[in-house]
Every structure is written in C-alpha cells, then in structure tokens.
Design a protein around this ligand. Structure first.
Ligand code: MBD
Ligand code: FE
Length: 282
C-alpha cells in the first residue's frame, strides 16, 4: 500500500522555485556609481534611525540577523520583497505613466508562456474546469483609444486553491498561463476561471514577520497581466474583483480602484467582463 503525500506547496518549495527562477534571469541596471552610493547610504541611514528610535537591543539585533539568514535559506526573498517593497517601486514608475494603471509583478511571473490566439482558453485541468468560468475580453489601445495591432497580453493567475503553476509541484507546467496574441485591432477574448484569494505561506520567515505585525497573510483574488505592443511601453498590472475578500487590506498593498473588475454572471453561469488597456508611447 502506498500513502499519498499532501500536495500543498510548502513555503520552502514555492520560495525555492521563485528564487531559482529569479537567479536564472540575472538582474542588471544602468545605475551610475554616484546614484548607487547615494541610495545605499540613505538606506543604511534610515535603518540606523529606526534602531535609535526604538532603542533596539543586542538580543533583538541578533534575532534580526537570524531572521534575515532564514529568509535567504528559505528562498523567501522574492516573496518578501514583492509583498512588502515592490509596491513602492511601482509607485515611482507610475509617476511617469498616463495609460492603464500598473501594479506589482509579484514572484510568480514566468516569461515565454505559449502563445494563444486572440480568442482562446487558458490551459487548464479538468478540476479547474469545474470552477466558475470567466471570459475576459477587451482591446489594447494607445492613449487616444486607437487599437494596437501585434499587441500581446501575458496572463497568469492562481487556481481555485490559490496555487500557481511552476511554483507548486502538482500542476502542469503552463496551467493558467498564456501569451495571448491580439487581433489586428488589439482585441482579445480569453476564457479562464475565477481565481481564488492567495494566502502567503505562513510556515516560513515571511509568515513569521506577518504574524509579528498582527497582519493577515492574504491577497485578494487577482489576475496578473503584462500587456505590450510594438512602440509602446508595456504595462505590468493586476486585476481584482469587486466585492472580493481582502480587496481593502491586500497584504502586498497592490490594489487600485481603477483595477477592479465587475463581471456579470450570465444565464449560462459564465462570468463575463470587459477591460481595455491603454499603453503609453515608448
Ligand atoms: C502572489 O500571488 C502575488 O501576486 C504576490 C505579489 C505575492 C505573493 C503571491
Ligand atoms: Fe499573484
């Protein structure tokens, strides 16, 4: 007789996968040495001031050091940074944008998902098919509302259990992920399922941090998107669902009022919603 292991992904499992993928891409930036020095100095100064203000003790300092080591060894830096820091970087980017609002990318984007036609269904399993269907349609345009040809909509989201393919071992490689190639006027109509709220793993150091703040580990149900077209700035964003749990208290501080969908349920039980993307010039 064999026993079945529970498939629930651990903090270590999803964190390690996210860390390995990020390392594989090798980040770079064209920051000048002067600018880097100024940012590094100010970051340290801010931390020194917190230590003085709170009268941080040696035992507390050592616990902090241990926690930092644990975050790294648990592979949780992508998770921790994207949940607690990325929203402020996105805020800076948004200063120079006029088109559709952006939001954070988060730790679970995978580039080069298989291409799908403008009218399509995301890859899904039989058990995904049992969830409420969602048809997400719209158009990619410039800032004046002109349709953009050769536009792409990269879409990825969690399943009904809150798991992302490639970060949970039990899911097919491209489950609920796709690169949708729009028609010549930027239109798309994508069939998928309603995602579920996402719970940050509570069994790792990020979970410990959230608990220490008396916070909750939830993100509202969301779709992740990167929308692009030739000659335009691409936008990385997320879409949420009106009335959804945690919309007003997202642990990752990544919701915006302009990014909330209001799907209509048809007599056929299918949720339908339209959302258009306006892209800034490159
Ligand atoms: C997610 O699904 C997510 O979008 C972010 C930002 C962090 C953790 C899980
Ligand atoms: Fe997400």
């Amino acid at each position: 007789m064999t026993t079945t292991e529970p498939v629930s992904p651990s903090a270590l499992g999803s964190g390690t996968a996210a860390t390995d993928k990020f390392k594989g891409a090798r980040a770079t930036a064209d920051t000048s040495p002067e600018r880097l020095a100024a940012i590094a100095r100010d970051a340290l100064t801010a931390l020194h001031q917190v230590i003085r203000d709170h009268g941080v003790t040696y035992p507390e300092y050592r616990v902090f050091k241990q926690w930092l080591i644990d975050v790294g060894e648990g592979g949780e830096w992508p998770l921790f940074l994207d949940v607690f820091i990325e929203h402020s970087v996105e805020e800076v980017l948004a200063r120079s944008r006029r088109g559709t609002k952006g939001s954070i990318e988060g730790p679970y984007y995978v580039p080069d998902a298989p291409e799908l036609p403008a009218e399509c269904e995301l890859p899904m399993r039989a058990e995904d098919r049992a969830q409420t269907p969602l048809i997400f349609a719209g158009q990619v345009t410039d800032l004046d509302g002109n349709g953009l040809g050769d536009a792409k909509v990269e879409l990825w989201h969690a399943d009904a259990d809150g798991y992302y393919s490639q970060f949970a071992p039990h899911l097919p490689e491209w489950n609920l992920r796709g690169t949708i190639v729009t028609d010549a006027e930027g239109h798309y109509s994508i069939r998928t399922i309603q995602p579920a709220p996402y719970q940050i793993p509570t069994d790792g150091p990020t979970g410990t941090f959230i608990e220490a703040q008396n916070g909750h580990p939830w993100r509202p149900a969301h779709l992740h998107l990167i929308v692009s077209a030739p000659g335009r700035e691409s936008v990385t964003t997320q879409l949420y669902f009106r009335g959804g749990e945690w919309i007003d208290s997202d642990v990752a501080s990544a919701t915006k009022p302009e990014l909330i969908l209001d799907p209509v349920t048809g007599d056929d039980g299918v949720n339908r919603v339209t959302y258009n993307f306006a892209l800034d010039p490159a």
